[in-house]
Design a protein. Structure first.
Length: 394
């Protein structure tokens, strides 16, 4: 059914990196969600009012909030598909994250309201009215929600959308809560024990938990989460594969929505090359990354010494000291200035995020001291850096 809808309503459905195709996926998911959730709301509110079940009524309004969420998702996906403009030079892709956050807040609000209503039901319990048709309708609604879970999860995976993943999980929890509601109804009519209010509480906890989980997942990219290691590795391999690149470090990737990235990287090039050659190497790196991954890359050229035996010897000594102190330490932007017999060594020391400020400075002093012990003519200038991508030699 999912594949049939996709093939029927989405042109070029396989080109998921295309913004227009991505928007079409979001539009289809939004329309399906609106239709299904309004249908389920109508079914469940009718059943809930007939049976006088707070759990079913709460579940019905949960579906109503889902319909509103689908409307928000539909609007957000269309807005996210808008091209870049003067005020938003990197596009509108982050609108998806904002929409998912709004949806999570709505879900939490609905859950809190369920909690309050269920407490009232526990304090003032009422009998339930049995209807076989009502039970069948609730079972059908579970089937619809499970299909919606697989439908939205499929689309979410195809286009890498947090909104669709959030919607999918919401549908799954809806199926679970309706199942719990059915169980509570069954217990009432088999054992004459009314746990409807308690079932409503359980439903509210599940709904609130789902809302918090969605909020947590969508806040991460908005705040700026760690880069995708797989994408970083791909960029790194492309850059290091270019002739003339001796190493790379300080890769930073900014996400402006799913599959929309801007990145910067430092590429090391022999200092013996001309400025024009270095510029051409950077241009080639930027073009290859854009063509291969669709990532807009800005490459900064760092000139490095690759031939002077004195510099290479000192570099090896520094690397050996760092390995002894902590295998997680690394360095880049290595420079050596000679003044007669004296050598001024400067580099950026990359330390783990677990290091405190005191530990950073202590480590820098230890390196300086050990180098002076090796050769009194050495002096150090060390800049502490929490590397986003450690130096990668070619």
């Amino acid at each position: 059914m999912t594949e049939l809808l996709i093939r029927k309503f989405i042109k070029d459905y396989q080109k998921t990196d295309d913004v227009r195709v991505r928007t079409a996926y979001g539009t289809l998911a939004g329309i399906v969600g609106i239709f299904c959730n309004f249908f389920l709301f109508g079914v469940k509110i009718s059943v809930g009012l007939f049976m006088m079940s707070m759990a079913v009524i709460a579940d019905a309004f949960n579906n109503l909030s889902d319909a509103v969420s689908s409307i928000i998702s539909l609007i957000a996906m269309r807005m996210a598909g808008k091209p870049a403009d003067k005020d938003h030079p990197f596009g509108h892709g982050r609108m998806e994250y904002i929409a998912a956050l709004i949806i999570s807040v709505l879900i939490i609000v609905v859950g809190v309201e369920f909690f309050r209503s269920s407490l009232d039901k526990i304090r003032n319990p009422e009998g339930l009215h049995f209807s076989l048709i009502a039970i069948v309708l609730l079972i059908v609604s579970i089937g619809v929600k499970l299909w919606m879970f697989f439908f939205n999860r499929c689309i979410g995976k195809r286009i890498g959308s947090e909104v669709m993943r959030a919607t999918a999980m919401d549908s799954f929890f809806d199926a679970v809560t309706t199942t719990m509601t059915l169980v509570s109804i069954g217990i009432y009519f088999v054992f004459d024990v009314n746990i409807d209010g308690f079932a409503g509480l359980l439903v509210s906890f599940v709904v609130i938990y789902a809302g918090i989980g969605i909020a947590r997942d969508t806040v991460k990219p908005l705040l700026g989460e760690a880069m995708d290691p797989e994408l970083a590795d791909k960029i790194e391999k492309i850059v290091l594969g270019i002739q003339g690149v001796a190493g790379a470090h300080d890769l930073i990737i900014h996400s402006y929505g799913p599959n929309r990235y801007l990145a910067t990287i430092h590429v090391e090039v022999s200092k013996q090359r001309s400025l024009e050659e270095g510029h051409n190497i950077a241009d080639e790196a930027e073009k290859k990354v854009l063509d291969s991954l669709g990532v807009v890359l800005v490459a900064h050229v760092d000139p490095v010494e690759l031939h002077d035996s004195r510099v290479l010897k000192i570099r090896e000594e520094v690397a050996r000291i760092l390995h002894i102190l902590d295998e997680e330490l690394s360095f880049h932007d290595f420079r050596v200035s000679f003044q007669g017999e004296k050598a001024l060594i400067s580099f950026d020391l990359v330390v783990p995020y677990s290091y405190s400020e005191e530990q950073e400075h202590k480590t820098a002093r230890q390196i300086d001291s050990l180098l002076r012990e090796m050769n009194p003519d050495y002096s150090c200038s060390i800049v502490i850096d929490r590397g986003i991508l450690e130096e990668k030699p070619q």
